[in-house]
Design a protein around this ligand. Structure first.
Ligand SMILES: [Zn+2]
Length: 228
């Protein structure tokens, strides 16, 4: 019994998380470069992968951030229920803007959200994060058609073209091909951000804002960022 209690006690000590800061402050945001912003995301993802996330006191964080927010990044990712940015990057309230749409495709409203985040709210990094085995990409490969989903999946077709060199109807996409299309999709979204938004393009060009893409692995939990 004593041995069991001791084991339990040791286990509790071993898993006690480091307390997360209550808020990300305006001074911290101002001092965060695009490179440092990416490093923060990488560190958070490493904590998540290793199963040692910070101890988030959400009530305390809510109180500390209710009066204002100073996020250092905006993350565009998929609506997939397994890819919530705050969780996979171990972030608290007020640290990142979180934009989500099936297949992490781009539209005018998302560009507007990024322009708000970076030009007006001071974020220093735009991260576009796709994921492995994405259902939206599967749907685009299969040529799925349904209400408004049809138009959304059309936005993924250039990535299929980029990965396969063609746009076959009902493409039998295996796991590796799906992930390659997901990668191409992120790359094309990064390109579109530069081309379609003069506001963001200027911020990126003069080094005020960084732009990075990556893929989240549903199995390992790791986000692999494109380094070029
Ligand atoms: Zn997805």
């Amino acid at each position: 019994m004593t041995a069991i209690l001791a084991l339990f006690s040791t286990g509790c000590q071993a898993t006690k998380p480091t307390a997360a800061p209550a808020a990300f402050t305006q001074a911290q945001q101002a001092a965060t470069s695009p490179t440092a912003a990416l490093a923060r995301l990488k560190e958070g993802n490493a904590r998540y992968v290793e199963g040692r996330p910070l101890g988030h006191d959400w009530a305390k964080a809510r109180a500390a951030t209710a009066g204002g927010q100073y996020p250092y990044a905006i993350i565009l990712s998929c609506v997939d229920s397994r890819t919530a940015s705050e969780i996979i990057f171990d972030q608290g309230f007020g640290e990142v803007f979180n934009a989500r749409v099936a297949g992490n495709v781009l539209d005018e409203d998302l560009l507007g959200s990024m322009e708000f985040a970076c030009k007006l709210a001071g974020a220093r990094l735009i991260a576009v994060v796709g994921h492995t085995q994405c259902g939206a990409i599967k749907g685009a490969c299969a040529g799925a058609q349904l209400g408004h989903l049809t138009g959304l999946l059309e936005k993924i077709r250039p990535a299929i073209q980029a990965a396969t060199g063609s746009q076959p109807a009902n493409l039998p996409a295996n796991a590796a091909l799906l992930d390659e299309i997901a990668k191409q999709n992120v790359r094309l979204v990064l390109e579109q951000i530069r081309v379609r938004s003069a506001v963001l393009s200027e911020l990126i060009q003069n080094g005020q804002v960084g732009l990075v893409g990556g893929i989240y692995d549903l199995k390992s939990g790791k986000v692999s960022f494109f380094e070029n």
